[in-house]
Design a protein around this ligand. Structure first.
Ligand code: NDP
Ligand code: 2IT
Length: 446
C-alpha cells in the first residue's frame, strides 16, 4: 500500500483492536483493494467514509447463563456486532464455536458488509455468536442455551433492524429454538431470523443456498475461461451445511467430489462421495466424518484436516473455516494442477495462499462473492416473509442463480475498470464497497 491515509488507517485499526489478527487480516485485504478507488475518489477520505467503514456502528456483548442436564450452571459469552446499516438493516449469521471471541465476530461482520452489498439486495452487515460449543450437548442443553442467548439478543434485533441467521454450529435446530423464544418474548410473529424451518416462515432453497450458490459462482468463473465442472475432480473441505450442498451441486453440474473433512481429519473416496450417507451421518446422527469409512471401507480416512489439500484435484472448494488453507497447502494444490479455487467458508485462504493462486494463474473466487448465495437467499426469505407468501423451489433457485451470475459479472467488471483484470478479490471488494460508500456519502456524517 502506498496511500499514506490508508497506511495510517491500518495502524489505527491495529491499535484500536489489539490481539484481533483475523479482523486486521480482513481490513488490510479490503483497504489494499480499495487503493485505486481512493486515488480517484479522495472524497471518501474527506467525508470520513473510510474511517467509519472500519469501526462497527455497535458492539453488543453479553452473558449467557444456562443449565446443563445435571443442573450445573454454565456461563458463556454472547456477541452481536452491528457493523454497517448504510444500505439496509443489519444482516448476518450467528456462530456457536469455542473459538469465537470479539475479533472473529468483527472480521465476519466486516466481510458481511461487502458480501451483502454484492448481492444487490438491501441488507447491511452484522455477525454474532457465542463461544458455546454445541458438540456433545443434548438437545435440551442446546435448547436452554439458545433460549438464554435469545432472551438477551431479542432486545437488540428486529425484522426491520437486525435479522440474524445461521453459521458454524447454528443450523435449523438452533434457529428453531431461538425463533420460538423471540416469538414468545415479543408476542409477535415476524421474520426476525432467516434459515427458519419451512413450517414457520422459512424459504425453500435456503438450506442449499450457500453451497449451490458457490457452485453457480464457480461455474460462471469457469465459463468465462471456456471451462466447466464437467468431468472435473473436486476437493471439498468441511462436512457441514455449506460443504454438503456444494458437493450436491458440483455433482449435478458434472463434477466428481472425492473428499469431505472435519476438524479432526478427512475422507478420500476415489469413486466419488456417497452424499446420502454423509447427509445421514452429519444432518441426522451428528457424527464425525471418519464414520464414513465404516460404511465404505474402500474409502480412506486420514487424521489432520489440512491433508485434504494434498489430494489431486481440478477444483478446490474450502468450506470449513477461516485460514484453513495456507501457503503450503496452496502450493500443493498448484503442483497438482488445480485450475479453480472458490471459497465457501469465510476467509478460508490465508493471504499467502491467495497470492500463490493468483500468481500461478489459478481462477480464484473470494468468499465475499462466492459464498454470498446463503445471505442472498436469506434476503429472499425476508422478502417472502414481508409479502406473507412462499415461492417454489424452482423460482427461488432461479433467483439465486441469477444473483450469483450478477455477482460474478459485477466483480469481474470492477476489477477490469480499476486495471486489475481477473483479480476477483479486488473486484468483489471494490464493487461491494462502492454501493455502501455511495449511501454513506448521501447521509453526511452520521
Ligand atoms: P457447519 O457448522 O454446518 O459446518 C462447519 C464445518 O467446518 C464442520 O465440518 C466443522 O468440523 C468444520 N470446521 C469448523 N471449524 C473448524 C476448524 N477450526 N478446523 C477445521 N474444520 C472446522 O457450518 P457451515 O457449513 O454453515 O459453515 C462453514 C463455513 O461457511 C464457515 O466459514 C461459515 O462462516 C461459512 N458460511 C456459511 C454460510 C451458511 O449459510 N451457513 C453462508 C456463508 C458462509 P467440526 O465438526 O470438526 O467442527
Ligand atoms: O456468512 C454468511 O453469509 C452467513 N453465515 C449467512 C448469513 C445470513 O444472514 O444468511
Amino acid at each position: 500500500m502506498k496511500n499514506q491515509y490508508l497506511i495510517d488507517l491500518v495502524e489505527t485499526v491495529k491499535k484500536r483492536n489489539p490481539n484481533e489478527p483475523e479482523f486486521l487480516q480482513a481490513v488490510e485485504e479490503v483497504l489494499e483493494s480499495l487503493e485505486p478507488v481512493i486515488d480517484q475518489h479522495p472524497e471518501f477520505i474527506e467525508k470520513g467514509v473510510m474511517a467509519s467503514l472500519v469501526e462497527p456502528e455497535r458492539i453488543i456483548k453479553f452473558r449467557v447463563p444456562w443449565l446443563d442436564d445435571n443442573g450445573k450452571v454454565h456461563v458463556n459469552r454472547g456477541f452481536r456486532i452491528q457493523f454497517n446499516s448504510a444500505i439496509g438493516p443489519y444482516k448476518g449469521g450467528l456462530r456457536f464455536h469455542p473459538s469465537v471471541y470479539e475479533g472473529i465476530i468483527k472480521f465476519l461482520g466486516f466481510e458481511q458488509i461487502f458480501k451483502n452489498s454484492l448481492t444487490g439486495l438491501p441488507i447491511g452487515g452484522a455477525k454474532g455468536g457465542s463461544d458455546f460449543d454445541p458438540k456433545g450437548k443434548s438437545d435440551l442443553e442446546v435448547m436452554r442455551f439458545c433460549q438464554s442467548f435469545m432472551t438477551e439478543l431479542s432486545k437488540h434485533i428486529g425484522a426491520d433492524t437486525d435479522i440474524p441467521a445461521g453459521d458454524i454450529g447454528v443450523g435449523s435446530r438452533e434457529i428453531g429454538y431461538m425463533f420460538g423464544q423471540y416469538k414468545r418474548i415479543q408476542n409477535g410473529f415476524s421474520g426476525v431470523l432467516t434459515g427458519k424451518g419451512l413450517s414457520y416462515g422459512g424459504s425453500l432453497v435456503r438450506k442449499e443456498a450457500t453451497g449451490y450458490g458457490l457452485c453457480y459462482f464457480t461455474e460462471e468463473m469457469l465459463k468465462a475461461k471456456g471451462n466447466s465442472f464437467e468431468g472435473k475432480t473436486v476437493v471439498i473441505s468441511g462436512s457441514g451445511n455449506v460443504a454438503i450442498y456444494a458437493a450436491e451441486k458440483a455433482v449435478q453440474l458434472g463434477g466428481k467430489v472425492v473428499t469431505f473433512s472435519d476438524s479432526n481429519g478427512y475422507i478420500y473416496d476415489k469413486n466419488g462421495v456417497d452424499l446420502d450417507l454423509v447427509k445421514q451421518l452429519k444432518e441426522v446422527e451428528r457424527k464425525r466424518i471418519k464414520e464414513y469409512v465404516t460404511v465404505h471401507p474402500e474409502a480412506e480416512y486420514h487424521e489432520g484436516c489440512a491433508g485434504v489439500w494434498s489430494v489431486k484435484c481440478d477444483i478446490a472448494l474450502p468450506c470449513a473455516t477461516q485460514n484453513e488453507l495456507d501457503g503450503e497447502s496452496a502450493k500443493k494444490l498448484v503442483a497438482n494442477g488445480v485450475i479453480a479455487v472458490a471459497e465457501g467458508a469465510n476467509m478460508p485462504s490465508t493471504p499467502d495462499a491467495i497470492e500463490c493462486f493468483q500468481s500461478n494463474g489459478v481462477l480464484f473466487g473470494p468468499a465475499k462473492a462466492a459464498n454470498a448465495g446463503g445471505v442472498a437467499t436469506s434476503a429472499l426469505e425476508m422478502s417472502q416473509n414481508s409479502i406473507r407468501y412462499s415461492w417454489t423451489f424452482e423460482e427461488t433457485d432461479a433467483k439465486l442463480r441469477e444473483i450469483m451470475k450478477d455477482i460474478y459479472i459485477k466483480s469481474a467488471e470492477a476489477a477490469k475498470e480499476y486495471g486489475m483484470e481477473d483479480n476477483l478479490v479486488a473486484g468483489a471488494n471494490i464493487a461491494g464497497f462502492l454501493k455502501v460508500a455511495d449511501a454513506m456519502m448521501a447521509y453526511g456524517v452520521v
